[in-house]
Design a binder for this molecule. Structure first.
Ligand SMILES: [Ca+2]
Ligand SMILES: [Ca+2]
Length: 115
């Protein structure tokens, strides 16, 4: 049986090297860094969108869409008048839906709140 020459052996080693998966080609520290911190195989959680609450009472002055017209809605309206921003994506103090937050919206809230 003929023995492999050095060059045949080297060619075979190169072919085997390229057929190996990456995890077997390099030592762990070469893939995961000096401190061996490897990414886990934990699946990435999916983001579940928060459902938008029912805002059916917005035309009555319900700024936070909780179905109740109260002082919290007034406070939200007031904060908008003062130029504050909100992290609530579905809240709005524009009760008449004219794209403005002004005294007309306050009057809508007031009529509902005190009647
Ligand atoms: Ca409310
Ligand atoms: Ca408005």
């Amino acid at each position: 049986m003929k023995r492999l020459s050095f060059w045949h052996f080297l060619l075979l080693a190169i072919v085997v090297y390229f057929l190996l998966p990456v995890s077997q080609k390099f030592p762990v520290h070469a893939i995961c860094g000096e401190y061996n911190i490897c990414p886990s195989s934990t699946p990435i959680p999916t983001i579940t969108p928060t459902p938008t609450p029912n805002c059916s009472r917005r035309p009555d002055g319900d700024a936070d869409c909780n179905g109740v017209i109260n002082d919290l809605d007034y406070n939200f309206w007031l904060s908008k008048i003062r130029g504050a921003t909100s992290t609530c994506t579905y809240c709005s103090a524009d009760f008449n839906n004219d794209t403005l937050v002004n005294l007309k919206d306050f009057e809508i809230w007031r009529l509902t709140r005190f009647n």
